[in-house]
Design a protein around this ligand. Structure first.
Ligand code: ADP
Ligand code: ADP
Length: 223
C-alpha cells in the first residue's frame, strides 16, 4: 500500500529531515511511527499525503509513484488518504456537521450522499448527537473525534495521524487509539505518529522508529 524506497528529504539550510528511508506498509496493516521531536515523523507523513516533496527516492502509494506526480494531480492522492492532525485543524466558525462535510463538498458529491456519509462518520466516532454544535462547545477529545470523522468521511484506504493524542489525557488517548484500531479492523491501513510510548507499549502493532531522520528500528524485523 505504502512503499518507501531510499527516500530522503532535506529542507534548505538544515540537516536531512529524512535519510534513505525504506519500508513497506501493506494494505490493512496498522503501525506506529515513533521517535523524538525532530526525528522526522511529520515529514514522513507529509510526503505520503503530498503536503511535501521528497528530494530523493520513490514513494509508491498503491503501486503508484507519487514522487513523480505533477502538482495538479496531488488532490487525487488526498482522495485515498485521510489525515489527522494533533491540533485537528477544525474550522471554528462552522458546525461539527459542516466540518465533516467539507471533503465531500470539495469533491462535489450530491447532497443526499453527503448527508448519509457525514451521519455515518459522526456515528462511527460517537458524535451524532453533537452535529449542530460548534467545535468550541466540545471537549478536546470530542474535537479530535470530529477531525477523525472528517478524515474517514471519504472512506480512504489509508489513515495518517500525526500525534493525534498529543493534547489528550491518558484515558482519552486510549479511546482515540481504540477508534483507530476499529477502523483498521474494517480494512483501513493506519500509520500513526506518536511519541507517547506508554500508549503503545502494551499493543502488538508494528513500530517504525525514527532517529534523526533515519529508520532506526522496525519491530516487524527485530521482533
Ligand atoms: P517530528 O515530527 O519527528 O518532530 P519533523 O518531521 O517535524 O519531526 O522534523 C524533522 C526535521 O526537519 C527537524 O529538524 C525539523 O526542524 C526540520 N523541519 C521540519 N519541517 C521543516 C520546514 N518546513 N522547514 C525547515 N525544516 C523543517
Ligand atoms: P455508505 O452508505 O456511505 O457507503 P457505509 O455504510 O458503507 O457508508 O460505511 C459507513 C461509514 O464508515 C462511512 O460512511 C464512514 O463513516 C465510515 N468509514 C469511512 N471510511 C471508511 C473506511 N475506509 N472503511 C470503513 N469505514 C469507513
Amino acid at each position: 500500500m505504502i512503499h518507501f524506497e531510499h527516500v530522503s528529504k532535506v529542507y534548505s539550510g538544515g540537516r536531512p529531515a529524512l535519510q534513505n528511508i525504506s519500508f513497506a506498509l501493506e494494505s490493512g496493516e496498522m503501525a506506529f511511527l515513533t521517535g523524538h521531536s525532530g526525528a522526522g515523523k511529520s515529514t514522513l507523513l507529509k510526503l505520503i499525503c503530498g503536503l511535501d516533496r521528497a528530494n530523493d527516492g520513490k514513494i509508491l502509494l498503491n503501486n503508484y509513484d507519487i514522487t513523480q506526480l505533477k502538482k495538479q494531480d496531488i488532490p487525487f492522492i488526498r482522495r485515498h488518504i485521510g489525515m489527522i492532525f494533533q491540533d485537528h485543524q477544525l474550522l471554528m466558525d462552522h458546525t461539527v456537521y459542516d466540518n465533516v462535510a467539507i471533503p465531500l463538498i470539495i469533491l462535489g458529491k450530491p447532497a443526499e450522499e453527503i448527508r448519509r456519509r457525514v451521519s455515518a462518520a459522526l456515528d462511527k466516532v460517537g458524535l451524532i448527537d453533537k452535529m449542530k454544535f460548534h467545535p468550541i462547545q466540545l471537549s478536546g477529545g470530542e474535537q479530535q473525534r470530529v477531525g477523525i470523522a472528517r478524515a474517514i468521511v471519504n472512506k480512504p484506504m489509508v489513515l495518517l495521524a500525526d500525534e493525534p493524542t498529543g493534547n489528550l489525557d491518558d484515558k482519552l488517548s486510549k479511546d482515540i487509539l481504540k477508534l483507530f484500531e476499529e477502523l483498521n479492523q474494517t480494512g483501513v491501513t493506519v500509520l500513526m505518529a506518536t511519541h507517547n510510548m506508554g500508549l503503545i507499549r502494551r499493543k502488538h502493532h508494528r513500530v517504525l522508529n525514527l532517529n534523526q531522520g533515519r529508520l532506526a528500528g522496525d519491530s516487524q524485523y527485530v521482533g
